[in-house]
Design a protein around this ligand. Structure first.
Ligand code: CA
Length: 541
């Protein structure tokens, strides 16, 4: 026993003698929080969300979490991209207020963020895995984060002591760090906030060795919109660069004939070469497993030589399987963390949350990636288990929630004061099955990263339970969708006079939200010549 423990016990005994034991005990009873956060995990790739990928049974452990807790069906991000989503969660503020509007920005860790406030409230905090906010994390008693996007195999991690390399698959390594901290790293006298943030299933989708042949014996169901040609959208949807057909690269994205010596291949163009860099770090055994799994698949691809729509279908299968294989690793991590909490007898007083930074296109609309305000990438999974408070198997199908709400929720759970300048709302009343009269009826969205990779123009918009209005303001292009009758968002009703009154009302609501959130960040960037050409070409067609 060290001297600190002796002093502590002495204090408790003094407290007992003075009749002050109750407050000490009360503080200890505040719930722990384990926040498991993945990257690019679309809700429709979670069984419990009942999407079209449910038949693959991709997530039995996350489904079990939903069976024990509450699933939110109307859960949305504010800005569908990795770093900005995390900055919103840290700050409880929209991108234009926390300053991290696109992945090219650096997060200002000196600003007010919820982990610092939890520490002040007596919580111990830890962060493991993907931060994507650059700089040294603040507000955490312990942290080990991936540099930038990080690598799937044998990644480097940045720690308070410097950079270190850990061998293994990234998802397992991050889980190991979290389990280790739960078992012996944390101060057991304090309630805790543990953030377990996976790289998976982010591009480039490199599964763990044990998952390399998973789903080999089946075809993944295709989305209804795999061959969407965006005839009815405003022009931006036709000028993007995130199509499985034209933009998903056989080598870069799908690892066809992936060899370490390809590193630097001019084919890779402006893309980062993370998969190639990663191949050069893989051990002989890892490489052997990789080629044993993909060699026969590549040989079959060259033999069959699919073209046109058949090639799109082949690429979709390869992509969806690798994506779901990465998700399998994340799901196993959720299972291991839940088991660890049980083993340590912490599960009764620990809230477990599963979420991901945004949704993703798994071939929906013919795409991969995210960024758009269309539902597949706007939606975020949000599942929460709170034993003794949340009724098992609950589903909230009506309340619209956002990542904007997480910081205030965590503070509320800890009984800590919620700063007035945070822009979300605590979800705790919803966890308790309440239905506040004044809950939001619409959400605000603003995406900024353009021109940039994938070429999705800046846009802001408003979504209600049944309607969506989007404004690609650099080009003054609008879209309006009737989600009740067109959930796949295939028919843009913006020019339809039958919706004129509704569109006018949606524009008023959009302006109300822009005022409410104090957002005037839509600097009208002057379009470059080739961007103007895009509009001219559309007008001519
Ligand atoms: Ca992401």
């Amino acid at each position: 026993m060290n001297s600190t423990s002796v002093v502590h016990i002495g204090c408790v005994m003094l407290a007992v003698a003075a009749g002050f034991l109750a407050p000490v005990t009360a503080a200890d009873e505040r719930p722990n929080i384990v926040f498991i956060f993945s990257d690019d995990h679309a809700p429709h790739a979670i069984g419990a969300y009942n999407g079209w990928l449910k038949s693959v049974n991709p997530t039995p452990n996350i489904d079990r979490l939903a069976e024990q807790g509450m699933l939110f069906e109307q859960s949305f991000c504010t800005n569908s991209i990795c770093g900005p989503s995390r900055a919103v969660i840290m700050s409880g503020k929209h991108s234009h207020k926390n300053g991290f509007m696109n992945n090219g920005n650096s997060f200002d860790w000196d600003q007010q963020i919820f982990p610092k406030l939890l520490q002040q409230a007596g919580y111990t905090t830890a962060l493991y895995g993907k931060s994507h906010l650059k700089g040294q994390p603040q507000g955490f008693d312990d942290w080990k984060v991936l540099p930038g996007q990080g690598l799937y195999y044998n990644p480097d991690l940045i720690t308070p002591q410097g950079r270190t390399r850990i061998n293994g698959h990234c998802t397992d390594i991050v889980t190991d760090l979290a389990v280790e901290w739960l078992k012996q790293g944390r101060n057991a006298d304090q309630p805790f906030m543990l953030m377990v943030q996976h790289k998976a299933p982010h591009r480039n989708w490199m599964p763990a060795e044990r998952h390399l042949t998973l789903y080999d014996d089946m075809d993944i169901p295709e989305p209804n919109t795999l061959f969407d040609k965006w005839h009815d959208n405003a022009p931006p949807a036709r000028y993007q660069e995130l199509e499985i057909d034209r933009h998903m690269h056989l080598n870069f994205d799908l690892f066809v004939d992936l060899k370490p010596e390809f590193n630097g291949n001019a084919l890779m163009g402006r893309f980062d070469r993370s998969a190639w860099r990663n191949m050069q770090r893989m051990s002989p055994a890892q490489l052997e497993a990789w080629y044993a799994a993909y060699g026969p698949k590549d040989a079959a691809f060259h033999r069959d030589a699919p073209v046109a729509d058949d090639l799109v279908r082949w690429k979709f299968q390869r992509y969806a399987k690798n994506y779901l294989r990465c998700i399998k690793g994340v799901d196993e991590s959720v299972g291991r963390l839940m088991q660890t909490l049980e083993d340590l007898k912490l599960d009764d007083n620990t809230i477990v949350i599963y979420s991901s930074d945004q949704g993703f296109y798994v071939g929906d609309h013919g795409w991969y990636d995210k960024r758009w305000m269309y539902d597949e990438s706007l939606k975020m999974p949000f599942i929460v288990k709170w034993p003794g408070t949340i009724a098992p198997g609950s589903r909230d199908a009506s309340h619209m929630i956002q990542n904007l709400d997480y910081a205030e929720t965590f503070l509320d759970l800890a009984g800590a004061p919620i700063p007035a300048d945070m822009q979300g709302r605590s979800l705790v009343p919803l966890f308790k099955g309440k239905s506040p009269e004044d809950w939001r009826k619409s959400i605000y969205y603003h995406y900024y990263e353009y021109p940039s990779v994938h070429m999705v123009p800046r846009h802001y918009g408003v979504r209600t339970d049944k309607r969506k209005l989007m404004h690609f303001y650099q080009f003054d292009e609008w879209e309006f969708y009737d989600l009740a009758n067109d959930p796949d968002e295939l028919v843009n009703q913006y020019e339809n006079p039958e919706y004129a009154a509704e569109i006018a009302a949606a524009k008023r609501e959009l302006e109300r939200l822009r005022t409410f959130y104090d957002d005037d960040s839509d600097v009208r960037v002057k379009p470059a010549a080739w961007q103007l050409e895009m509009r001219t070409t559309e007008s001519a067609n």
